[in-house]
Design a protein around this ligand. Sequence first.
Ligand SMILES: [Zn+2]
Length: 191
Amino acid sequence: MSEDHHVPGPPSDIADTLNAWRDLFQRKHADDIEGLSVLDATEDPIFSFYVDFADIDGDDLLSYRFNEYPEQTIELANEVLRSMCSEHTDVRCVLRPLVFPDEKIVSVSDLRMRNRSKLVSLIVSVKDVGPRLGYLKRARYVCIECGHQEFVDQRVARERKRPSGPCKICYDEAKKALNGDISYPLFRHLN
Ligand SMILES: [Zn+2]
């Protein structure tokens, strides 16, 4: 990126940042945003919208703005989230960047005045973990019969997704052994 020094404020910078956030959410999280319709504002009025730090850092403008002006840039992200998510849920979505590189992770006891307005990631222990929605991008399912593994892409705000059918290896074996077609219900019955 260029060496020009931007200051936070010019309307064009703000517009560019808003566009960059919108673009990132559309590229990486369109499914997650649609999945938000399962959320219920009476249960939890705020939803943490997890975004990989690497995705933010991979965009020149966002990387610069996020690292130099984290507060303002996160505010802009939340503004975009508010408008994008409002079609699907009443729950307020707030940006929670995750998976920071090591150099950004500090202990609370190491925080100093010089860290003011710097972007840091804290490791804390949380006593009461809320809803069961996890940040799991892919789940691996292993067949207990043959060890065949299947990966299923997950969405942030959805119930855990499972493989759509039986273990393909075992199912094919069973079909072969029985010389041809066998319905899934029958296959399940045989197991
Ligand atoms: Zn199997």
